[in-house]
Write a protein that binds this ligand. Structure first.
Ligand SMILES: Nc1ncnc2c1ncn2[C@@H]1O[C@H](COP(=O)(O)OP(=O)(O)OP(=O)(O)O)[C@@H](O)[C@H]1O
Length: 707
């Protein structure tokens, strides 16, 4: 028999008490689990994804087919194999021993027994064994096994051939040994026979088990088929499961959205509950209000009905009242006409009074001595009445100069004489009437004449503080107050101002800081006197004019190296132009106020050589002023206005339709006596001038027939 074709028992799988199911790839553990095969589940590899297992399903089925092959019986385990080999060893050993012993001369009786027993022993192990595969084998065909069992025999010393006794004894001993061996072998043979019986019995059991195994295998194949079907079902189930899982995911999402919506709705519900509570309380309030309002409504409805009755009555009254209003409006219109007539009459009367007072009026103002001037000697001035005053040198002064007492007393009569204690307010009261004339369309010219330090600037501009405010700011205030009143009776006025100075016969614009432009005087019969390039500002309030005045004073100061000296040597002219229009009456008045702070009127002999040119120019302009006024008084054909810038500038304010007021300012000191007398004499001359003035009135469209 070919040994290589024999199955290697040791390589066969170790059978267990229960046949394990083979590892089947591709079968889901979930399918196998119900079959109670936990071990299979582990072997299949639970970490493999189910999908991967399913793809290998066909391969698994072929694995299952392998199960149909016969499996080695369970008793072919190492224990069984060793038992068999032991049996073989025993039989072969005993056989070998017997053969060895039989090679020697033995007792014939014993030899026969040995031959039988060896034959029995030979037959028993040599009996061919059949495996499931049909391979036959014997236990005697291996020399290795004989070598293992061979016993060690001590060879005794060989007796001499003639020594029969010794040889007999030796044979006897051998016989005894062989008998012993025979006994042992017999006993062992008995054991072997028992083993053989057991073996036969096991063989029967094996064939039964084999049969059972085939039956189980069939069952197993059927089970695998079922399993395959189950697998297909499982695939479908898994697909469905996947589908359901997707649906479950969707439902989960929907559920979470629904939960979110629920929480939002709960929040909203909470808010709405709050709102509801608020609304409920508001509703209650509103209901209360409603009932209150209902009551009020009922009352008001009742009142309304009463009022309707009253309204009917009132409507009747209203119709009557409207008729009455129409009548009154007619009367009002008549009254307005009368008012305008009266206004005109007032203006006419006012200006006739002014004219009666003189178109050129002269006021004399004597300034008080200042505390720092206490050491100066004062003239003896007597204020006879409000128009007259007398001036003479003091006795002490006369005595000092000539050593004789002098009775020279000079009396001057003016339109008004203001003593040192006269306030700015008192002085302005007289002037206020002239300012009204300017609003009525007359040209008014006010100038202050007198030597340096006599109080001209104080009279014209004044000093800081309400009490010390001079003529110019007070006139401005008065004009704007009057304009506000006139606005109510339909008059609207445009007020414009300009500031200039004449120094050394040069004109300077005091509102032009840089004074770049060349200024020149022009006379036009229609427009009167104008100055080219002069800044003329339209103003809306007295504050605006005062600000411009301050700016002009600053510009005057900046240009001069010594402001006080400069201001004494220049003429400062402030001109306010007033244009009033009454649309209703279709009348326009154009008047102006020229307020002039003249330069000091010192004579040339009191001036230093440096000042001679200045003084000449000043005196020339002042004497021209006198000449012009005299020519106007004498109604001469030629009035020399153009002989000086001052008279040329004041041409329209002096002649024709103007009202002129001259302040002659006097310093009360003895040292100023001569200059004071000169100034007073000049003023007295001016006082004599009589000029007929006419107002600048124009009719816008039609001449008022009733005036
Ligand atoms: N009526 C007055 N009451 C009180 N102080 C006066 C009065 N008049 C003038 N003064 C004071 O006299 C001083 C000289 O007056 P002011 O400067 O007005 O003279 P002026 O004639 O303008 O001189 P100038 O020609 O140099 O400008 C000033 O200090 C002023 O405060």
């Amino acid at each position: 028999m070919d040994k290589s074709k024999m199955p290697n028992v040791s390589k066969l799988k170790q059978p267990t008490t229960m046949l394990p199911l083979p590892k089947v790839k591709g079968i889901s553990s979930r399918v196998l689990q119900p079959l109670g095969q936990n071990k299979i589940q582990e072997d299949v590899g639970h970490q493999q994804p189910a999908r991967r297992m399913l793809t290998r399903r066909s391969k698994s089925v072929s694995d299952l087919r392998l199960l149909s092959k016969p499996v080695e019986p369970f008793f072919r385990k190492p224990d069984g194999a060793s038992t068999l080999s032991k049996l073989k060893q025993l039989t072969s050993a005993s056989t070998t021993d017997l053969r060895n012993k039989l090679k020697k001369p033995l007792v014939k009786s014993g030899l026969k027994t040995l031959t039988e027993s060896s034959r029995v022993a030979k037959q028993t192990p040599a009996a061919p064994t059949t495996t499931r595969t049909g391979l036959k084998r014997t236990a005697t065909n291996t020399s290795e096994e004989n070598a293992v069992i061979k016993p060690k025999v001590l060879k005794p010393a060989k007796p001499a051939p003639y020594d029969y006794k010794a040889r007999f004894n030796l044979l006897n001993e051998k016989h005894t040994d062989l008998v012993q061996i025979h006994k042992e072998t017999k006993q062992k043979l008995g054991d072997v026979e028992k083993d053989l019986e057991r073996y036969e019995a096991l063989k029967v059991s094996y064939s039964k088990l084999d049969h059972e195994h085939s039956r189980l295998l069939e069952t197993h194949i059927n089970t695998v088929d079922k399993l395959t079907k189950c697998n297909i079902d499982l695939e479908q189930l898994e697909k469905e499961y996947q589908k359901l899982q997707n649906e479950h995911e969707l439902l989960k999402k929907e559920d979470s959205e629904r939960r979110n919506n629920i929480s939002l709705l709960e929040t909203e519900n909470g808010r709405l509950n709050c709102n509801l509570t608020t609304l409920n309380s508001e509703h209650e309030d509103l209901q209360n209000n409603y009932s209150t309002l209902k009551d009020t409504h009922e009352k008001l409805f009742y009142d309304y009905k009463c009022l309707c009755v009253k309204s009917d009555n009132l409507e009747k009254d209203l119709t009557k009242a409207n008729d009455r209003i129409d009548c009154l409006q007619g009367e009002l219109s008549d009254y307005k006409k009368s008012l305008h007539f009266l206004e005109e009459l007032r203006r006419k009367t006012h200006n006739e009074i002014q004219d009666l007072k003189g178109t050129i009026r002269v006021f004399c103002r004597v300034r008080p001595s200042q505390p720092q001037e206490n050491d100066k000697m004062l003239c003896n001035i007597t204020y006879v009445d409000e128009n007259t005053f007398e001036i003479k040198k003091s006795k002490e002064s006369v005595n000092l100069i000539s050593g004789k007492a002098s009775d020279l007393k000079l009396e001057f009569n003016f339109d008004k004489v203001f003593p040192p204690e006269a306030s700015q307010v008192e002085v302005f009261e007289e002037l206020a009437l002239l300012a009204q004339s300017a609003l009525d369309g007359y040209h008014v010219c006010v100038f202050a004449y007198g030597q340096t330090g006599s109080g001209k600037t104080y009279t014209m501009q004044g000093e800081a503080g309400q009490r010390c405010m001079g003529i110019i700011p007070r006139t401005v205030d008065l004009i704007f107050r009057a304009i506000n009143n006139l606005n109510r009776t339909g008059w609207s006025y445009v007020v414009e101002v300009s500031f200039l100075e004449i120094y050394n016969e040069n004109i300077k614009d005091l509102l032009d800081k840089n004074n770049k432009e060349h200024l020149d005087i022009r006379f036009n019969d229609g427009k009167g006197t104008t100055v080219t390039n002069l800044t003329i500002k339209k103003v809306e309030s007295s504050e605006e004019v005062k600000q411009l005045m301050e700016s002009a004073n600053r510009n005057r100061a900046v240009a001069a190296t010594n402001f006080n000296e400069h201001s004494s040597r220049s003429h400062a002219v402030t001109k306010i132009t007033l244009t009033g229009t009454n649309e209703e009456m279709q009348v326009c008045y154009a008047g102006s106020l020229s307020l002039v702070d003249l330069a000091g009127s010192e004579s040339a002999k009191t001036s230093t050589s440096e000042r001679i040119t200045e003084t000449k120019n000043i005196n020339k302009s002042l004497s021209t002023l006198g000449t012009v006024l005299s020519a106007l008084h004498n109604k001469e054909s030629h009035i020399p206005y153009r002989n000086s810038k001052l008279t040329y500038l004041l041409q329209s304010s002096l002649g024709g339709n103007s009202k002129t007021l001259m302040f002659v300012n006097i310093a009360p000191f003895e040292e100023c006596y001569g200059e004071s007398v000169n100034a007073l004499r000049f003023a007295a001359k001016v006082k004599e001038v009589k000029i007929t003035s006419k107002k600048n009135k124009t009719y816008l469209q039609r001449e008022l027939s009733n005036l």
